[in-house]
Design a protein around this ligand. Structure first.
Ligand SMILES: *[C@@H]1O[C@H](CO)[C@@H](O)[C@H](O)[C@H]1NC(C)=O
Ligand SMILES: *[C@@H]1O[C@H](CO)[C@@H](O)[C@H](O)[C@H]1NC(C)=O
Ligand SMILES: *[C@@H]1O[C@H](CO)[C@@H](O)[C@H](O)[C@H]1NC(C)=O
Length: 273
């Protein structure tokens, strides 16, 4: 081969290598994010970010130094996912004992080794079924341990399970691979637990009108069978029938949905319901 071609081949390998992310790098970003939110020191996360980072809270573009990250929050519990295929992370923060309680879902996307996009669904008092105390009590009881390698589902299987769940809200004919058991945590309200702990309590009845859930943004982590879908949820918020910021964080085991956590931001108290 001509030396220039060889050089080209090795350069393209090198750029592929730098575009891929390692779990270690993504974990560092997640740790920095949690520390930034716990301390209110935004610089802890902007140190890893592009200077032109696109930062949104509940779909509104904000200056990252002016948002929820700038205030210290007592974080009682957190779960994260690392998506090495997309160079992306997802984190759920439960802050029940904080002066201002929150449940926050955040996705971060890397480009050129820097955080280029951060999007959060920030929920607090008045948001859909919000109760951080309940959220904390239930999430702590769940097991989202790493799935043994031989038993892991593919990204496609995990994504299809989450998509079917969202599709089923507006179209009751969609078959959703619910597991038994399956439990859903919406704000602070739980469908499982107690005598229902071994049942599938996730099944959603169809909403009173058909709709399609758009603007789906995914983070997938095969290691924990995890998936999050940021989306614009129609119908629920009376003043925003076309969709309100929402996130569904789902665990899939052996192709079936085990857990669902929903965080939905309302424009009016409890979405006007
Ligand atoms: C930032 O992201 C929002 C939401 O995706 C998008 O509407 C906006 O155009 C982006 N801004 C820039 C400067 O890219
Ligand atoms: C976040 O969760 C990890 C365990 O998954 C824990 O070690 C860490 O202390 C938690 N961070 C906070 C601020 O609660
Ligand atoms: C929030 O959840 C906790 C724990 O489940 C419960 O004790 C409390 O009554 C709930 N608060 C409200 C306002 O529903």
């Amino acid at each position: 081969m001509h030396p220039y071609l060889l050089l080209g081949a090795s350069l393209s390998l090198a750029s592929q290598a730098s575009a891929a992310c390692t779990r270690a790098q993504l974990q560092d970003a997640v740790t920095a994010y949690i520390n930034a939110q716990a301390s209110g020191q935004v610089s802890t996360i902007t140190a890893l970010a592009s200077s032109s980072i696109n930062y949104t809270e509940n779909d509104a573009v904000l200056d990252i130094t002016k948002g929820v990250l700038a205030q210290p929050i007592t974080i009682d519990f957190n779960r994260s996912m690392l998506d090495t295929t997309q160079c992306a992370t997802f984190t759920e923060l439960t802050a029940a004992t904080s002066k201002h309680p929150y449940v926050i879902h955040t996705r971060m996307l890397f480009a050129d080794d820097k955080i280029a996009t951060m999007q959060s669904v920030v929920t607090d008092d008045g948001d859909w079924a919000f109760n951080a105390t309940g959220h904390l009590a239930w999430t702590k009881q769940e097991k989202w341990d790493p799935i043994p390698e031989a038993k892991r589902d593919s990204r496609d299987v995990i994504k299809a399970a989450g998509d079917a769940y969202l599709d089923s809200w507006g179209d009751g004919s969609v078959k959703v691979p619910y597991g038994t058991p399956c439990a859903r945590l919406e704000g602070g309200s739980y469908t499982g637990g107690g005598s229902r702990a071994s049942a599938n309590t996730c099944k959603m009845p169809q909403f009173p009108q058909p709709f399609k859930i758009t603007n789906r943004r995914y983070v997938i982590d095969e290691e924990i069978g995890g998936l999050d879908i940021f989306n614009n949820f129609p119908f629920i918020e009376k003043t925003k029938p076309d969709g309100t910021p929402s996130s569904n964080f789902i665990r899939v085991e052996g192709g079936s949905i085990r857990y669902i956590h929903e965080a939905t931001a309302c424009a009016t108290r409890n979405c006007g319901r």
